[in-house]
Write a protein of this length. Sequence first.
Lengths: 107, 116
Amino acid sequence: KNEVEQSPQNLTAQEGEFITINCSYSVGISALHWLQQHPGGGIVSLFMLSSGKKKHGRLIATINIQEKHSSLHITASHPRDSAVYICAVSLAGNLIFGKGTKLSVKP
Amino acid sequence: DTAVSQTPKYLVTQMGNDKSIKCEQNLGHDTMYWYKQDSKKFLKIMFSYNNKELIINETVPNRFSPKSPDKAHLNLHINSLELGDSAVYFCASSPGTSGGPQETQYFGPGTRLLVL
């Protein structure tokens, strides 16, 4: 069983929809990362958080340490948001990744 | 100006060969990493390294070794390549102020390795 579980695995949305991707983990962590992998393969770090909430443009990330759960929200989704979104947790010098959520936003 | 660069972008080689992938960062960061993304797109950390400490993921075969000539470079050497080594390898860096992967990661573009 993976220590980091993401849901859904695949997500198709219409342009403009509000999107939520979830990440649950089973161990105590020092930080949680949300990454975006573009269709071309490049990886970009979106957020790194250890508590509360962070916002960057149309992206919002939240984390609940007690419930061991994080969500990534995308408001007013756009086709250019189509990518794989990966959750990863920092634990004792290691970084453990979820399997990713493939998002496709249709115009 | 590329922040984290890797060469080569593509690498096709025969089983049993020894190869290296180079990584350079111009961000002034103290910590660098190597990650492997397998055919199912699953990422795993292989190494994290700063000028004080090398942390090795225990699942990494000892055929893989990081070499750092200076803090801006972390090259990955792979000996006796096997079919299962085929993957995309990503280099990354982080500031290193708090150490380790609890910092924001800056990724290179990846090196696609195919072992025949």
